[in-house]
Structure formats: C-alpha cells, structure tokens
Design a protein around this ligand. Structure first.
Ligand code: GLU
Length: 514
C-alpha cells in the first residue's frame, strides 16, 4: 500500500478554449498551482501542475483561444510541468487528440452495463421536454432507450442510425462525496439524469473526457469552479463504474459581482487579458484574487508569491461566496506600483504602455536602451501617482515629448496678475533658466524665489506659470524636480513657447474686442 500522505500530488487546470480566460478560472488556476507547489511540497510531497485543454465541444471553439490562455497564464506567473506545449508522460494534453481513448472507455461502460446507446433524435428530446413542462414535471431524458435489447441496438447501429452513449444512473439510493472545502455533499439518485457521455459526432462530453483524463493522467486532486458541483455525482458514479479510485474533490467558492449575481462585463473587466491591458500587475492581481476565498488571518493583506507558497492551504479556502471588489483590486495594484516593485522593474513595465502611445521605443524596456535612462527619473518622480500602468502615457507624456501637454493659455496667468506682467515674468524666467544648474534643485529654487521677489510677486504667483509652461498642467510633482528631469533645453523651449502662446492669446482677445 502506498501511504497517501506522502504520494505525489498531481493537479490539473483544464480550461476549454471557448474564449478568454476569466478571472474566476485564473483564481482556480492560482489556488491549484499554490496547492501543488506550496502546500504539497511543504508536506514533503512532490507537486505537479498539469495543463490540459478541454476542446471536445467543437461548436464552441474559438480560434486562437488556446494560445491566448497559454500566454495569459504565463503572464500571471503560473507554470505547468506537463501540458500541450511542453509534453509529459501522460500526453497528449489536448482532448481532441485523445478521441479514441474516450470511445474505447464508452464501449467498456456499455459492455459492463453502466451505459447504453440512445437513438432518440433531438426532435424527440424536445418533444419529451415540452410534455414534461406542460405537466410541470422536472425535465430530462425519459430513459426510453435504456431498456433496448442488444439485438435491436446492434441492428440500428448496423443500419447507420445516429446514436449517443448515455450513462445509466442508479434509479434510487444516494450518491455521496466529500468536498475538501464544503464537506459532505449528498444527491438523491432519483433526481439525476442519464447524461450523455459520447455525442453523435463521436466526441465525448466534458464528463467522460474529464473523468477518463483525470484518471489516466493520475490526477490526485480535482480543483475547479463551483459550477461543476452538480456534475460531481455523475463523475463519482463514473469512477465507480470504471473501478477507479476517486481523486479528492475541491470546488472553489463562487465569485459574485459587486451587489450580487454573476460577475459580467456590465461590472467591468472579467477576462484576464482585459486586466492586463488596463495595466494591472500580475502580482497585484494574484494577491487580490487569492483573497477571494482564502485568508491567512484577519489582517494580513499583502502576500508575495513566496509568502503564498509558504502559507496557502486549500483547507483555509472558504465555502462561502466571495464578492469581487474592483476598488480593492485597484488599491492592491497601487500598493505594488508604489511600494513593492523596484524602480527599474516599474520602468520596464510601463514601456509597453508608453510604446503603444508612441512615446518610447518598444525596446526601451531594456535597461541598456537610451529611452530607459530618459524614462527612469520621470517614473521615479511620478510612481506614487500611478494606480494602473495604462495611466503612464497620460502621467509621463510631457517628460517624453519635446513639448508640454496642450493647455489653456489662461492657465498661465496667475491670480491678481495681468497678461503683460505674466509675459514679463516668463521672459525673466527664460533668462534665469539660462543661468541656473537644474541639477541643483535647492539652488534653483532659491534663485526662482529671489526672482519672484525681484518681480514683486509671491513665489506661488511665479511658480504657477512656470509649472503650466513647462508641463501644461496645474498639478505635477515638485516643480524643481520636474524641471530637473525635463532638462534645461526643453524647459527653455517650453517657456519660450508659453510666452508666444500668451502673446497670441492677448492679440486674439484684443481683436475680439474690436
Ligand atoms: N473544461 C472545464 C472548464 O473549462 C474544466 C472543469 C474541471 O476542471 O473539471 O471549466
């Protein structure tokens, strides 16, 4: 006998390539990965994470979805030791390449009396359903073909009649199983249907393929979304019919939308790719998602991947639904951007967003690239204001372009000052800029304070037009550090441009008065 407490743990993530990976799926994948690589290994067990593509529903396939799933899982930091692209001892890992296996297993079930051929047409099934609805009975297959004699089945098959294979559920009694997260779950067999295992097109349904593969791939723990609980009694019966040991089952808690109900596009992003393109960090998203159903204690919120490998356990996953909170996710992202990522790392990560806006070369993510060196000090100045990476073009644009952001010329004119006086001040600023060393922020500030004094202005009255001229904005990081990063040449150009803008504005105002 092998000792179950030391046998290797083998888990799988088994997405269907029917669209983009949803956050709920990613949360399941994360819990599964942490279980294999953290909890199992802490217990001295080997942990293997298998990626399997469940593509037997041929009508719902989305071209490119499989590759997109690989890509987003890798971005999310989840690696697989066996899978379609890396292979492994239990392959192939794509179900459409295993069709013969499922057919053989379906035949085996028929031979053992656990399954049967059903020749009912879709029209007949629809008719049965209509009648059941009219009688207000529960709907479902009426098992008409369950009692067909062997000769009749053989004859109809020989005649080429289309059929499916259905599982013969016990008609009475109960099906029980223990869910690691929810405890014991009991179904009355009388409420269960004879579900289809093999479809008319020869492809298996999810149920057959999933059970056969989990067994053949030696999966020890089935971790999956809560929507599969109603399928579990059939799976339990299938394992039993095949004479196989049942893996441990763990169904994740439901994820609810803010305000309840299913999380959908209406509420915001739901696909991992959307969160990625909105500038969420995989670390922040993982930290947020792991807390949708798991907690370590009542207070700790920030967990690095290493912390999670040390602390995560499936036993501490709650059975109660978790509510998705977009504001909280944003808070996590901000924490990671402001406090967790190092400056070089953050600089590299804003590059794709800036490159998409045409502000830097896409190769600037490389620390050796000249744009990287230009960008880094600007990121250092503004990193505390970035909440999602997609804000970078808006926040950093004026550091990267030659000109300031476009602005309303009247913003240049400070309170209690006229246009002419502002123009004079800007000219004086230009002259002063020629003399100062912007690298010495304290000396620059002292010089501009003195200039304000010379002009009979309060420092704020002088600093606001400088700020607007140099950045195009009324709110920025510290003026002198901002000027240092923008550099003297560009500051000079922008102040001169501002004087021009203001002069034109004055002329236009005059001609409008005529
Ligand atoms: N293919 C199923 C899905 O996409 C897998 C469910 C399971 O893990 O058993 O949800």
């Amino acid at each position: 006998m092998t000792d179950p407490s030391t046998t290797p743990v083998r888990v799988r993530f088994a997405p269907s390539p029917t669209g983009a990976l949803h956050v709920g799926g990613a949360r399941t994948a994360l819990f599964t990965w942490l279980f294999a690589h953290g909890e199992a290994k802490r217990a001295g067990r080997d942990g293997t994470f298998v990626l399997r593509i469940e593509d037997t529903d041929r009508n719902r396939l989305v071209p490119g979805a499989t590759e997109a799933i690989f890509d987003v899982l890798a971005w999310f930091g989840l690696t697989w030791q066996e899978g379609p692209d890396v292979g492994g001892p239990h392959g192939p890992y794509v179900q459409s390449e295993r069709a013969d296996l499922y057919r053989e297993h379906a035949e085996g079930l028929i031979a053992a009396g656990h399954a049967y051929r059903c020749f009912c047409t879709p029209e007949r099934l629809a008719e049965v359903r209509r009648e059941q609805e009219a009688r207000k009975e529960p709907t479902g297959y009426d098992r008409r073909c369950r009692g067909l004699a062997g000769e009749e089945v053989a004859a109809r098959l020989a005649a080429g009649e289309r059929s499916v294979v259905r599982f013969a559920m016990p008609l009475d009694g109960e099906t029980r199983f223990v869910d690691l997260i929810r405890g014991e779950i009991v179904y009355q067999n009388a409420t269960l249907e004879d579900l289809v295992l093999l479809k008319g097109d020869g492809f298996p349904t999810y149920h057959l393929a999933n059970v056969v593969d989990d067994h053949l791939m030696a999966i020890t723990h089935i971790t999956r979304g809560p929507e599969w609980i109603p399928s579990a009694p059939l799976h339990v019966r299938l394992y039993d019919a095949f004479g196989w040991a049942m893996p441990v089952l763990a169904h994740m808690p439901l994820i609810l939308a803010p305000g309840g109900g299913k999380l959908s596009k209406r509420h915001g992003a739901t696909a991992m790719e959307e969160f990625r393109s909105q500038g969420y960090l995989p670390e922040a998203l993982a930290n947020y998602l792991v807390l949708l159903g798991w907690s370590f204690d009542a207070t700790t919120e920030l967990f690095s991947r290493e912390d999670l490998l040390e602390k995560f356990s499936l036993e501490r996953v709650s059975a109660s639904p978790a509510t998705f909170d977009y504001a909280k996710l944003r808070w996590f992202n901000k924490q990671y951007i402001n406090h967790v990522l190092g400056l070089d790392d953050l600089t590299a990560r804003v590059v794709p967003f800036l490159a998409a806006a045409g502000l830097v070369d896409p190769a600037a993510a490389d620390a050796g690239h000249p744009d990287f060196a230009r960008l880094r000090p600007a990121v250092a100045l503004l990193k505390d204001r970035i909440e999602t990476l997609d804000e970078a073009p808006e926040l950093l644009g004026y550091f990267l372009r030659d000109e300031a952001d476009p602005y309303d010329p009247t913003l240049l004119i400070p309170k209690k000052l006229g246009l002419e006086e502002t123009l004079d001040a800007l000219l004086a600023v230009e002259r002063t800029l020629e003399e100062v060393d912007l690298g010495d922020e304290a000396a620059t500030e002292a010089r501009f304070r003195a200039l304000a004094d010379e002009l009979g202005l309060k420092p704020g009255q002088l600093f606001m037009p400088i700020r607007v001229a140099v950045t195009g904005r009324t709110q920025t990081a510290g003026l002198f550090e901002t000027m240092r990063v923008i550099g003297r040449e560009r500051c000079l150009g922008r102040v001169a441009a501002a004087a021009g803008v203001l002069r034109r504005h004055g002329d236009e105002a005059l001609s409008a008065d005529d």
